[in-house]
Design a protein around this ligand. Structure first.
Ligand SMILES: *[C@@H]1O[C@H](CO)[C@@H](O)[C@H](O)[C@H]1NC(C)=O
Length: 681
């Protein structure tokens, strides 16, 4: 009996020490305040936040910046989920995503945070990551030159991240992002799935969500003309029509050569496609200039064809929030709060990153999709007003894609194509969905390149489509439709998308509600059993702590006082410190929701949730294979000073053809237009 008590006592003390260690790491990243936080954000909606620059490699001074948002009143489905969000470019900061799209804040004209009702962090923790190095607040002595390098470094970031947040290591992980992240995300996903096969510590990658992704450059480049015609931007009476058609033909020929494998071996496929095919878009923009409009309205906005911008910016002054976000992220007080210790001026996109990421000889991300779809679901959503990564290009490459034993969504099959199904959210058709064999395509109506910017609530509900929190229904005119509901407002009866033919589920929403009680009654039972176990374990921990304090008190009489002073901090005092941090945000939650307390942390340690992984995610092998290769071939990793980078950016701005997507063009024209800087929209 005595030995058991001693054992439990030791366990309690060591668990408390572990808890203190990981909390100390997290404390370095805690965000305690921001301009407008307590004033503009409803008290119960203030998220728990961690932000800062996480060192990946000390030898070449590489750190990745991240900003993590955790809801303090999680709905059931938000628990145990982490979304990593990446913006594109390449070289565009994920602070676009955090402060203009999926994050909980927008920045107002006073430089204060305001609340975004449609924030994704209500559906799971969201971590916005600036990557690759050189993007936003992430830095390094070296740039990545291709996507395999990007993958290598993101995996390293994940390892470091789980060292700081071991409690996330067993979460369901989703990779999400936008635009050029349509290249990053499939490559990183492939990297994770491959590593899971040999590494006993699995990353539970559950799915990919890509918004207006640049996934198949060859095929998507061919969509500028058809899209512009369909959207009514360019008609066949335009005097430039035949010239544009000729350029489109040139683009088509190159794409045919690449696909047919007949392209001259000395020609860089990526280079030639972006050079010849982007010209199509440039020509469309110049052919549709409206010279009679005010100067800031003369060009079509390439991210939302219903908007106008000055020429040649054509969308680069958009979105308007950028003019508030940029000074916010250059405010020294804010940077202090965000634990950004090393920084240059924040700019939305870095030309140097895109200038180096040449991807010579690297196949496009679309080629990785079939193997990924064998293992996890992928959802591609497209705001239907975007030109640069438009939905027609996406539908076209999906048509040609073969995965999981079929081609496209069955367009070629005898049984006919999978029909697009209307997606209904809050009694409104907000888009349509095509789905099959783990791939889901969503066309989001009335949305731009940045879907969460225009449609925050709708964009968050896209998550419901990939996790299966939707109902299938038949509309009044006899067509089937998918329905999702605002967060937490409705119990979904059928959370498993694979069980589709249950007759009980196909009723109207009100019928579903009336039959819902049987399911509901089983759920609380499970959770009450769990909470009973939780309470038992918590009680156990309290006993251990009391024993610990008692034994420490006993030893107080026989030991030097210096030891006494340090030991109790690992127990009860820790609780107070942790709670103090939270109290900065809100007092009521501490009182009403003990789940954020030290005891629940200790519970996780006992169940092994974090104890297990602690140490497993310890530092990577010192001989990093990929980095070793780079060192052996210095031409891969070029060392750059800040001035060099500025030069690179300027050089990149001169050669529009070097770039892959409009987000970099955005950077270039911004430089051209720096003096004008008129706010438009
Ligand atoms: C679809 O993904 C699941 C994992 O969500 C996987 O188990 C399954 O094999 C995949 N389906 C197909 C047809 O490959």
């Amino acid at each position: 009996m005595l030995s058991l008590i001693v054992y439990l006592l030791q366990l309690g003390i060591s668990l408390a020490l572990v808890a203190r260690d990981s909390n100390n790491l997290q404390e370095n990243f805690l965000v305690k305040n921001l301009p407008g936080l307590t004033k503009n954000i409803p008290t119960n909606e203030v998220p728990l936040m961690f932000s800062g620059q996480l060192e990946l490699y000390s030898e070449n001074k590489t750190s990745y910046y991240f900003w993590k948002f955790v809801d303090q009143n999680k709905v059931e489905k938000a628990k145990g989920k982490t979304f990593f969000w990446l913006n594109g470019g390449p070289g565009c900061s994920s602070m676009d995503g955090a402060l203009m799209e999926a994050g909980p804040f927008r920045i107002d004209k006073h430089g204060e945070v305001t609340y975004n009702e449609g924030s994704w962090h209500k559906a799971g923790d969201v971590v916005f990551v600036d990557q690759p190095a050189g993007t936003g607040f992430s830095f390094s002595d070296v740039y990545d030159v291709n996507l395999p390098g990007v993958v290598q470094h993101f995996l390293r970031f994940l390892d470091k991240y789980f060292e700081v947040f071991p409690e996330d290591a067993n979460n369901d992980i989703y990779l999400t992002g936008e635009s050029y992240a349509g290249q990053y995300i499939p490559f990183i996903a492939r990297g994770i799935l491959d590593r899971n096969k040999s590494n006993p510590e699995k990353i539970n990658l559950k799915g990919l969500l890509i918004g207006n992704g640049w996934i198949s450059p060859n095929e998507q480049s061919l969509s500028y003309l058809p899209y512009s015609h369909k959207a009514g931007i360019l008609d066949i009476d335009n005097p430039q029509w035949s010239n544009i058609l000729k350029q489109h033909d040139k683009c088509q020929n190159i794409v045919n050569q690449i696909i047919g494998g007949t392209l001259d071996k000395n020609v860089d496929a990526n280079d030639i496609v972006s050079k010849e095919c982007e010209k199509v878009l440039t020509m469309i923009l110049s052919a549709t200039i409206n010279r009679s409009a005010p100067a800031n309205q003369q060009c079509v906005n390439i991210y939302d064809y219903t908007l106008r911008d000055s020429y040649p910016s054509c969308g680069m002054n958009w979105p308007p929030d950028l003019s508030y976000v940029t000074p916010f992220l250059n405010n020294e007080d804010v940077l202090g709060q965000l634990n950004v210790n090393q920084h240059k001026n924040w700019k939305e996109c870095s030309g140097g990153v895109g200038g180096h990421l040449k991807n010579r000889g690297i196949e496009p991300a679309v080629n990785l999709l079939p193997s990924i779809l064998e293992e996890i679901p992928v959802l591609l959503f497209h705001g239907n007003r975007d030109i640069i990564c438009n939905y027609i290009g996406a539908e076209n490459f999906i048509k040609n894609l073969e995965w999981n034993g079929g081609r496209g969504f069955g367009e070629d099959s005898d049984s006919g194509p999978t029909d697009a199904i209307n997606w209904v959210y809050e009694d409104e058709v907000v888009g349509y969905v095509k789905s099959g064999r783990n791939l889901t395509f969503v066309n989001v109506f009335d949305a731009s390149h940045m879907v969460p910017f225009d449609k925050p609530n709708v964009s968050r509900s896209i998550i419901d489509l990939i996790i299966g929190e939707y109902e299938e229904d038949v509309s009044d005119d006899g067509k089937s439709q998918l329905i999702t509901y605002p967060l937490g407002s409705k119990k979904i009866l059928n959370p498993d998308p694979t069980v589709e033919e249950e007759p009980e589920i196909s009723g109207t929403p009100s019928e579903v509600n009336s039959t819902g009680s049987s399911t509901e009654s089983t759920l609380p039972e499970i959770s009450s059993t769990t909470s009973r176990i939780t309470r038992l374990i918590q009680l156990l921990v309290i006993c251990i702590l009391i024993w610990g304090i008692y034994v420490l008190y006993i030893s107080y009489k026989s030991r030097p006082s210096s030891i006494i002073k340090t030991r109790p901090t690992s127990g009860k005092k820790k609780n107070v410190q942790w709670a103090d941090q939270l109290r900065v945000f809100q007092d009521d939650i501490i009182d009403s929701d003990p789940s954020a307390s030290f005891l629940s942390k200790a519970y996780n340690k006992i169940t092994g949730k974090t104890g297990e992984t602690n140490g497993v995610y310890a530092s990577a092998p010192t001989n990093d294979i990929e980095m070793g290769n780079f060192e052996a071939d210095p031409s891969n990793f070029e060392i750059h000073s800040e001035e060099d980078e500025e030069e690179e950016a300027a050089a990149a701005a001169e050669t529009e053809t070097e770039t892959e997507t409009g987000e970099v063009r955005k950077e270039q024209a911004k430089k051209d237009e720096q003096d004008k800087q008129d706010n438009l929209i």
